[in-house]
Design a protein around this ligand. Sequence first.
Ligand SMILES: Nc1ncnc2c1ncn2[C@@H]1O[C@H](COP(=O)(O)OP(=O)(O)OP(=O)(O)O)[C@@H](O)[C@H]1O
Length: 302
Amino acid sequence: MESPAVEILDLVKRYGAGVALDGLALRAERGAVTAVLGPNGAGKTTTVEICEGFRTADAGTVRVLGLTPERPELRARVGVMLQSGGVPPAVRCGEWLRLVARFHARPLDPGALLGRLGLAGHARTPFRRMSGGQQQRLSLAAAVIGRPELVFLDEPTAGLDPQARHACWELVGELRSAGVSVVLTTHHMDEAERLADHVVIIDKGRVVAEGTPASLTGAERQLRFRARPGLTLEELLNALPSGSAAKESPAGHYIIEGRVGPELLATVTAWCAAEGVTADDLRIERRTLEDVFLELTGRELR
Ligand SMILES: Nc1ncnc2c1ncn2[C@@H]1O[C@H](COP(=O)(O)OP(=O)(O)OP(=O)(O)O)[C@@H](O)[C@H]1O
C-alpha cells in the first residue's frame, strides 16, 4: 500500500526548557490538501520544518512519502516554501526561478509561472527590492516549479493582498487537481475551509482536533449577534425551545444554538426588544473553524 504523504507519530521538539512539540501526531494523505492550523507559537513551523529536514526532532517518527526527511532523493520530489529566507538578496526574480527550474527534470515554464502569480513585470527586479508579498509569491513559484509530488507551504498567503491571495488559492487548487499532496500552515480559517480536505488544529505542540472542515464545524447553524457585554441570558434561555443553548463568547458576542428557525429567531428578537438590547450583526450561520478552536482552547486563533 502507498505510504501517506506525511506521517508523524509522537513528535517532540524542545528549545531549551520550552516544549514546542509535545507528542504531535499527524497524517497527510496523498493527493489531498492538509491544512495545519493554530495560533502563534502553536508549533506549525517547527512541525513543517522537521518534515522538510531543516530541523531535527528530539523524539518521534516522521515519514515523508514513506522516507525519513533527511533522505536526499526527497529533494526532487518535495517542494518547499519557507516563511522567509532562502533566496540571495541580489538575485533577480526571473533569474532565480530559472535557476531553480534547472535543478528539476520536468520543470514548469518559469515565465508562465511568474505571470500566473502576478510577477511578470518583476522578472528583472532584484529579490531585495521586491515587496514582502512579491518575495512570498516568488517563494511559492520556486516551491512548485519542479512539479513536486508533495508541497509544504508555510503560511503561503500571510501578508498578501486579496488578488495575490486568490492567485495562490487557485494555484493550490490546481496542484490538488493534478494529484499533488499539499501541506500548508495558516492562521486563516477561511483559507483552511476553502482549500483543505483535512484540517489539523494544533495548540501548544499537540493536535487538539482534526477532520474535514465540514466534520469539524458540523452541519448545525447558529444565531449570532453582537450587543453590550454581560447580558444575563437566563431569561432568554427559559424562553427558548428546549435543547437550545445561549452563550457569550468572546465578550459582547452572543451565540444561540439549537433548532435555528423562525420560532427561535422570534424569541430572541422579542427578548432583545424587552431588554432594550440592540442586536448588531444578527445573523444565522454555520459554526466556523474559529469557533471550534475557541471552544477547544478558550482562546482565539490569532
Ligand atoms: N529556533 C528556536 N529557538 C527557540 N524557540 C523556538 C525556536 N523556534 C520556535 N521556537 C518556539 O517554539 C514554539 C513553536 O514555534 P513555531 O514557530 O513552530 O510556531 P508556529 O505555530 O509556526 O507560530 P507562528 O504562527 O507564529 O509562525 C514557540 O513557542 C516558539 O517561540
